[in-house]
Design a protein around this ligand. Structure first.
Ligand SMILES: C[S@@+](CC[C@H](N)C(=O)[O-])C[C@H]1O[C@@H](n2cnc3c(N)ncnc32)[C@H](O)[C@@H]1O
Length: 321
């Protein structure tokens, strides 16, 4: 239901204002960004743009991967802006229309957002995940479902890696199947540290986790502490140190990297250099249609193949020649 400003005013009469108001605006691809910027300048706490044609034949990605051109333009973008409950929304809409050089405010509707314990809401969406017969990923605030299993206790914080994404699960399953014990492991793009810590708990001798994002490194360190990993067994950094103990150019028995196709292609020389001859690599964060391109970047040094796939995501693996 779309609500013109006068109806909005009437709706607010006699009603206790909720702490938050969500304004949902139907617009077009020409005005959506300028309206979004205007909303933020006019006091919106956040804005979100999505394709209201999603689910129809018009649905298409708006952005490509980093470094790639935009994949398309949404035909029916919908802008949602969140305001405090006492905001004069009709005045905001008039000012936003002016900023976007529109003759009148676009049609919009409002929804009232109840105050919630957002931490609790977020936590309730993240439950223990059984990866294999011996491995569970358990949120730090949750009870351990199987005390006899290997339980990876996790608080992802701001980092990626709760264990719910198919590419993370493929990596965990692959590690579960392929770690024999005693390996030196590199986890490149460690996020929450989920793969690195899992590798250590499943028997790796020493694990190095690298992430370009300092917040991910911090989350990984915290999760390592939660899991009582010792600093001599596991370390996290924003970049890889030059190793002096490299054996014929490589030190890792296992290299795992769950990032995205393009960064993985660019990182091929670094990841290849880290793997010792005979060592294995596992790459994920790759869509099935990107597999050939990523394999080509590693094929010279590894005999690459697709080992696992789930929901359109694949895990590529190979042994260092
Ligand atoms: C998809 S998350 C994976 C997190 C975790 N390893 C997992 O499997 O769930 C990818 C991570 O790679 C990091 N990343 C992206 N590009 C990177 C690069 N060039 N070097 C190191 N880390 C990178 C991101 O910051 C992010 O934390």
């Amino acid at each position: 239901m779309f609500c013109p400003p006068s109806a909005y005013a009437a709706k607010c009469k006699g009603r206790t204002l909720m702490p938050w108001i969500s304004v949902i605006i139907k617009t077009d691809s020409m005005h959506v960004e300028i309206l979004s910027d205007a909303m933020l300048a006019l006091g919106a706490l956040s804005t979100d743009i999505h394709d209201s044609a999603a689910g129809t034949e018009h649905e298409q990605p708006l952005f490509g991967e980093p470094g790639e051109p935009a994949a398309g333009v949404w035909l029916a973008p919908e802008l949602t802006a969140l305001f405090k409950g006492d905001t004069d929304i009709p005045a905001v809409m008039r000012a936003a229309a002016e900023a976007a050089a529109l003759p009148a405010p676009p049609s919009y509707r409002i929804e009232y957002v109840e105050e919630q314990d957002w931490v609790r809401v977020t936590q309730s969406q993240f439950n223990p995940i059984r990866i294999s017969s011996r491995l569970w990923v358990v949120p730090s605030w949750h009870e351990i479902p199987d005390p006899n299993a290997i339980n990876l206790i996790l608080d992802p914080g701001l980092a990626f890696g709760t264990g719910t994404h198919p590419s993370t699960q493929l990596c965990l399953e692959w590690l579960d199947e392929n770690l024999g014990g005693g390996e030196d492991v590199l986890d490149y793009g460690c996020g929450s540290g989920i793969l690195a810590i899992a590798a250590l708990k499943m028997g790796a001798h020493h694990v190095v986790g690298i992430d370009i994002d300092p917040q991910a490194v911090e989350a990984s360190c915290q999760n390592a502490r939660l899991n009582q990993c010792s600093e001599t067994e596991i370390e996290f950094h924003t970049q890889m140190a030059e190793r002096t103990d490299t054996e014929r150019g490589g030190w890792a028995n296992i290299v795992v990297a769950n990032i995205l196709a393009n960064p993985l292609i660019m990182l091929a020389p670094i990841l290849t250099h880290a793997a010792r001859p005979g060592g294995r690599i596992a790459l994920s964060g790759i869509l099935a249609e990107q597999a050939e391109e990523v394999m080509a970047a590693y094929q010279q040094s590894f005999d690459m193949h697709i080992a696992l796939n789930r929901e359109g995501w694949v895990l590529l693996t190979g042994a260092r020649k």
